[in-house]
Write a protein that binds this ligand. Sequence first.
Ligand SMILES: *[C@@H]1O[C@H](CO)[C@@H](O)[C@H](O)[C@H]1NC(C)=O
Ligand SMILES: *[C@@H]1O[C@H](CO)[C@@H](O)[C@H](O)[C@H]1NC(C)=O
Ligand SMILES: [Mn+2]
Length: 615
Amino acid sequence: MACTRRTKTLVSTCVILSGMTNILCLLYVGWITNYVSNNGNVKVAGRTREKKFDDDNRGETLKIIERLDRLESVVNQHIQEKPLKDGDDTADQSLSDSLFAHWGHDLGPESRKVALKKFQYYGYNSYLSDRLSLDRAIPDLRPDGCRNISYPSSLPQVSIIFIFVNEALSVILRSVHSVIHWTPSHLLKEIILVDDNSNNAELSEHLQRFVDETNQQRPDFIKVVRHDRQEGLIRSRVSGWRAATAPVVALFDAHVEFSVGWAEPILHRIKEDRTRVVSPSFDNIKYDTFEIEEYPLSAQGFDWELWCRYLNPPKSWWTQKNQTAPIRSPALIGCFVVDREYFREIGLLDEGMEVYGGENVELGIRVREIHPVWLCGGSVEVMPCSRIAHIERAHKPYTEDLANHVRRNALRVAEVWMDEFKSHVYMAWNVPQQDSGIDIGDIRERKALRERLRCKPFSWFLKNIYSEMRTYTETIAYGVLRNSLRPDLCVDQGPHSDNIPILYICHGLTPQNVYYTSSQQLHVGGLSPTIDDDDNKCLVDVNGRPRLLECSYASNKHMKLSWLFTQGGSIENRKSKHCLELVESTQVDHGYQLALQQCSSQKWTITNILPGNVL
Ligand SMILES: *[C@@H]1O[C@H](CO)[C@@H](O)[C@H](O)[C@H]1NC(C)=O
Ligand SMILES: *[C@@H]1O[C@H](CO)[C@@H](O)[C@H](O)[C@H]1NC(C)=O
Ligand SMILES: [Mn+2]
């Protein structure tokens, strides 16, 4: 799964994403890194996720990391990705920092080398995993009350599906061991291992031996499905589903560990109502130490790029004051349990999604299946009493072109399901809505499915299921904002802390996203996805200086945030009548900086105008 945010060093972003090949990414990250170290707060560990639950307490560094996190998806989009190259010193150093920060101090140099190599390959510490018991117990992190709930003895049986590609054997085996150990045996019908064409022969061999041994005791208990070419995670899940025979199927990554009592709460909910699609709650297995890190209870959602994200549970859940109650959730983050036949009825997953495997790709799955489920009358929920620990990788071991696939899948979802809100996905990915040049494949079948299931409009989903999501129906133009004086420079939100917009070499990543609205606001930076996130930043004339302030704040304070803008014309503040312009400056890198001054007819353009609007 990709939506969980990882601990990340600043420089690793580019290393991981581009194999150090992309100058722009390095420039950008270099700039951020300098900024951070110049300000003396170089502590870079921390999960973004925490901020959702601790809103008042966010360090600047965390914000920057968050930006890099958001950046990641967009960086991908712009960068021809290459896998990590052997012998790249910078890459090695950053990997090494990441692996050995909290682990391996007493390891000899040879072992370190081996461990590092494996870490680079898998994105987690498989060297350590190989040395941990396959049967280790993980802590029982269920909230109070779960232990006292009793469930009917007759619950539907479940098929467990694990999908993987090039996963460490010990990690797969631990997933299998722990699900066997923690699922009551009369409920566990079978385990299905879907190998999406791993190119590791040793893995297949060892795995097959384990399967054969197990099946000698319980014939057909473990099934192996092997793809003879890489199909991606989405079709892997469907392959697993095809092989399953139990009334309920559970689809998981093969790098998880189950916890006591995980199955009963979920199977009970599905038994009560077969249209419920249920996710367990997730804890983290740290990629370096393999320690279990407790995560707060969350619902699961997505942003407008359709990357997944954890959400605070809805108000209605909090007011029940019952931590064991299911959490209604707009989406799923990838691992879920569903009635096998119901899953078929609602159209499985979109097999038209051409995806090369990788964890982030699962986003496509989540979003894909959530819409049919919700819009067509089922429900999605997260069970607090069912807990599973999942390894969040430090980096994706195979990043080839990942974001392009995610973007393509997102656009498929937008075109099939999102009606007038599809513009939001195009805006978030910063691609033109018409003639995007992106081949999203044939979506007729999915559209027919939507017809057949008589799904509700997407606006219904937003209003009733995902009311936290912000919408941007007022936006009329989006893209990067350039001045004809220096078309190689773009308006950029600059460092978060000082709220000063800057000019920077155009890279088109999130910090350079600009949105102009029909209420004449200019938003700079990524679209804030939900009301629990910070508001968008608006360009404001503050005492004659260009500043970026939260739009709602600036608006409430009646500040000067309205701008007259026409494509190819000036950007003039409606109150102060000053224009946003470039002025020469020897103090900045690129020779120009932004200023507000008497209008001198400088010309600005913004990349895309939404269909039906004139600027
Ligand atoms: C749970 O059950 C045990 C024994 O059945 C009982 O002693 C305990 O008080 C119960 N706890 C709660 C929170 O209900
Ligand atoms: C809390 O929620 C659980 C699960 O839905 C339910 O079984 C239980 O009765 C609820 N407890 C209370 C006190 O409402
Ligand atoms: Mn995963």
